[in-house]
Design a protein around this ligand. Structure first.
Ligand code: F6P
Length: 409
């Protein structure tokens, strides 16, 4: 029997990753790469996001080479370069991108990124006709993936992006780890968690024992701050230790300037106009200290949830999404991004549960109101149910002994 040519023989697919990394990007690259090779593509990696298509270009050949998808981050490197003119860089660099796609004979592009990278990709597709498929990525989990979460007879529009399951696992571990020292010293621990505009990742701290949380979706006005301190006082007095998770992007009322504001680590902005957050946990801890006279400490989890190896959930998830990428390429349905249809446990992450959305509509999806109770600053049972699909049941170890008190004879 004569051997048939593979369908994409002679064609080149290129992959790039842009924006902040996650533990699931290498896994996404590996899964897309493997499948694309099966269909006959030559596969290139573009280094450092859109930056790798500027100037002379920075392109590597991934075809038939082993790629380690289990290790987190992105071996293709990343950047927050925006090809379109911005306030910071008014030059339109799209012509450079077009020239390099031609020079390197790239026929289709997979862009692994969040709203910024995929938003730019969608504009390139619409303006220049570049055949592009998006691949979701963000540790903040705030892209509009339209993933439905069935809870108590309701269908909630949730979000699930690769990287978040690993990040959620690591944040729950991080908070759980702090429990023993916090219990020993009878302190209040304020743990700061990534999430520029949304509190999805902060919510994972509940699985490690954070009892209260502050999220960017709910502004901490002067009035809310009063209620917050009352709730902190009540909970602390009950058991003499407390962990509070705080999203880095929370808006906090400043008693001196009488303004709501965010706390930044630096005033510099990237090409998409974002400043770097950092330090709100210190502000909250110091105010707790002053107001309640309780020892409070701040801990910034920083890049911890974004680092390390890819979780088992994310390995399967990126594999299922990569199947859909091939489906979209075969159908020539460009400008689309594969997404999970229905929230499921890892066993049900299959291609039949994946659909696609328009890359231009992924925007920023905040936490749904049903997931956060702003009257007592806690994540709700609905959110716990959402995360149980990924993390199983919360595990909250404690000293576990009540010693009988000895009275002097
Ligand atoms: O956008 C994802 C994110 O991880 C945010 O949660 C965080 O604010 C930001 O990136 C940090 O970015 P950088 O890597 O530039 O410090």
């Amino acid at each position: 029997m004569q051997k048939k040519d593979k369908i994409f023989k002679g064609k080149t697919l290129a992959i790039l990753s842009g924006g902040g990394d996650t533990p699931a990007i290498n896994s996404s690259i590996e899964n897309v790469c493997r499948r694309a090779m099966l269909l006959g593509f030559r596969v290139y990696g573009i280094r450092k996001g859109w930056k790798g298509l500027l100037g002379e270009g920075d392109v590597v050949d991934l075809t038939r080479l082993p790629y380690n998808g289990a290790y987190g981050g992105t071996a293709l490197k990343s950047s927050r370069t925006n090809p379109f003119p911005t306030a910071k860089n008014p030059e339109d660099r799209v012509p450079q991108i077009m020239a390099n796609l031609k020079r390197y004979h790239i026929d289709a592009l997979v862009t692994i990124g969040g709203d910024d990278t995929n938003g730019a990709a969608k504009r390139l597709y619409e303006r220049e006709g570049i055949p592009v498929i998006g691949f979701p990525k963000t540790i903040d989990n705030d892209l509009r993936t339209k993933t439905m979460h069935h809870y108590n007879g309701q269908d909630i529009e949730a979000v699930l992006c690769p990287g978040f399951p690993s990040g959620a696992l690591y944040i729950s571990d991080f908070v759980r780890h702090l429990r023993s020292t916090n219990e020993s010293h009878e302190r209040i621990m304020v743990v700061e968690v990534m999430g520029r505009d949304a509190g999805w990742l902060t919510g994972a701290s509940v699985f490690g024992g954070a009892e209260m949380a502050l999220v960017p979706e709910v502004e901490m006005t002067a009035e809310r701050k009063e209620r917050f301190f009352e709730e902190v006082k009540k909970r602390y007095s009950e058991k003499k230790n407390l962990i509070i998770a705080v999203s880095e992007g929370v808006r906090w009322w400043n008693d001196e300037t009488k303004e709501l504001g965010m706390v930044y680590a630096s005033s510099e902005t990237d090409e998409y106009g974002h400043k770097r957050f950092g330090g709100v946990s210190g502000v909250v801890a110091s105010e707790i200290n002053k107001r309640l006279g309780v020892e409070a400490r701040a801990q910034i989890s920083g890049y911890y949830p974004r680092s390390g190896v890819c979780s088992g959930y994310d390995r399967r998830f990126t594999s299922a999404l990569a199947d859909k990428v091939m489906d979209l390429l075969l159908r020539e349905e460009y400008g689309q991004m594969p997404v999970l249809r229905q929230m499921v446990t890892a066993d049900y992450l299959e291609e039949y549960n994946i659909s696609s959305v328009d890359m231009g509509s992924i925007g920023n999806q905040p936490l749904q109101q049903i997931y956060y109770n702003e009257s007592n600053f806690t994540f709700t049972d609905a959110y716990v149910d959402f995360l149980k699909h990924i993390l199983g049941d919360p595990y909250l170890p404690t000293f576990g002994c009540e010693f009988p008190k000895v009275n002097p004879a």
